[in-house]
Design a protein around this ligand. Structure first.
Ligand SMILES: NC(=O)c1ccc[n+]([C@@H]2O[C@H](COP(=O)([O-])OP(=O)(O)OC[C@H]3O[C@@H](n4cnc5c(N)ncnc54)[C@H](O)[C@@H]3O)[C@@H](O)[C@H]2O)c1
Ligand SMILES: [Zn+2]
Ligand SMILES: [Zn+2]
Length: 370
């Protein structure tokens, strides 16, 4: 068996705990999850780091996994792809991070060397991509193994706020890259975001970098729509009556919107986007779809539109980190609930019943809250 040398803790630091068991949120097939004992992760490759997770959160994608929409996630997998933590061990191939460093964990693992990484498409890294909490064990645990740590971790800035910066793991780059950049939001555009969950709200926050003329937010959850209004939506539309597209067409005097952003991941919301996109417009899909949708080319073939899809690359994370640090983007306001990591089962119930609970991002902390 190959042995991998580990960087030892700095002198005077406490020795690594010899506890070999940790607690983790484990997926056991559709609808089944448990907070269970699992072996603590160990370094497997020289590029790995072991991170002690101090803050994590739950994503809409985790709910999609629990619905059984992502068969690639199998029984026994530790979920979670967002987090902040402290580096506990590093393999000999890690040069940028050391034991004791505080880090932001990216939801995307990037080797930085393959052809996809070299063109900034980390999402399709040949040795990584979206693997955390999907193909390998994730961050909803006391410890997580991060492969290709140099490309997959970001330094946590001095004086940073864990609750704000954990939004950089996934939802801020997702909303910005898959929604705003792919939708090519420009000054003066009319934009509609279908879905006012954390990802849709991240689209709303980052679309405002470009001063669009109007941003319509569409959801069925009145509480989330109220938050959207407070975060700068021009108009919010409750789609419970099934007439959201009609309302958008009225608001735009029949023209439709320049950019329609799908941030839910179901047929009904992709249909709304197709019904409201203006001639020459863009549909940017963000939602993870577990089932087929209809593409209405019989209506769209002559509309000069484009449809984009994207798995977040997280290439904009360093830029977004600078904007958050400047105070111009305040993702902490997406936090609605706080739990100790040991109460993650309750946190899932809360996030899974978001409309009833008024939930947005639920923060889970391990150890003392700072
Ligand atoms: N492309 C990527 O890289 C990527 C990354 C992260 C998340 N995602 C996906 O983005 C989507 C949103 O994530 P989230 O964390 O905000 O999820 P979420 O489940 O918290 O939010 C989804 C929102 O959609 C609303 N909704 C449901 N049905 C609707 C309908 N018929 N009309 C209008 N609104 C409706 C819900 O009320 C909810 O507010 C998910 O599909 C998630 O998997 C994609
Ligand atoms: Zn996610
Ligand atoms: Zn790569």
């Amino acid at each position: 068996m190959a042995t991998v040398e580990l960087e030892q803790p700095i002198t005077g630091a406490p020795a690594l705990s010899d506890r070999t068991i940790m607690k983790a949120l484990v997926y056991h097939g559709p609808g089944k999850r448990g907070w269970e004992d699992k072996p603590r992760p160990a370094i497997q490759d020289p590029g790995d780091a072991i991170v002690r997770v101090t803050t994590t959160t739950i994503c809409g994608t985790d709910l999609n996994i629990l619905k059984g929409h992502l068969p690639v996630v199998t029984d026994g997998r530790i979920l979670g792809h967002e987090g902040i933590g402290v580096v506990e061990q590093v393999g000999t191939g890690v040069s940028e991070f050391h034991v004791g460093d505080r880090v932001i964990i990216s939801c995307i693992t990037a080797c930085l060397k393959c052809d996809f990484c070299k063109r900034g498409m980390y999402s399709h890294c040949r040795r990584g991509g979206w693997v955390l909490g999907c193909a390998i064990d994730g961050t909803q645990a006391e410890y997580v193994r991060i492969p290709h740590a140099d490309g997959s971790l970001y330094r946590f800035p001095p004086g940073g706020d864990e609750e704000a910066l954990v939004m950089l793991s996934d939802i801020l780059p997702t909303g910005f890259e898959c929604g705003v950049l792919n939708g090519q939001v420009k000054p003066g555009d009319t934009v509609a975001v279908v879905g006012a969950g954390p990802v849709g709200l991240a689209v709303l926050l980052t679309a405002q970098f470009y001063s669009p003329a109007a941003i319509f937010m569409i959801d069925m959850d009145a509480k989330r729509l109220a938050v959207a209004k407070a975060f700068g939506a021009t108009t919010v539309i409750d789609s419970t009556d099934g007439h959201a597209a009609h309302h958008v067409m009225e608001l735009t005097e029949g023209a439709g919107v320049d950019v329609a952003i799908e941030a839910v991941g179901i047929r009904a919301t992709f249909d709304i986007c197709q019904a409201i996109v203006a001639a020459g417009g863009r549909i940017a899909n963000v939602g993870v779809h577990g089932k087929p949708v209809d593409l209405h080319l019989e209506k769209l073939w002559d509309r000069n539109i484009s449809v984009t899809t994207r798995l977040v690359d997280t290439v904009t994370t360093p830029m977004l980190l600078r904007v958050v640090r400047s105070g111009k983007l305040q993702p902490r306001k997406l936090v609605s609930h706080r739990f100790a990591m040991g109460d993650i089962m309750k946190a899932y119930d809360t996030f899974g019943n978001a409309a009833k609970q008024g939930a947005l991002k639920v923060i889970l902390t391990n150890g003392p809250v700072e």
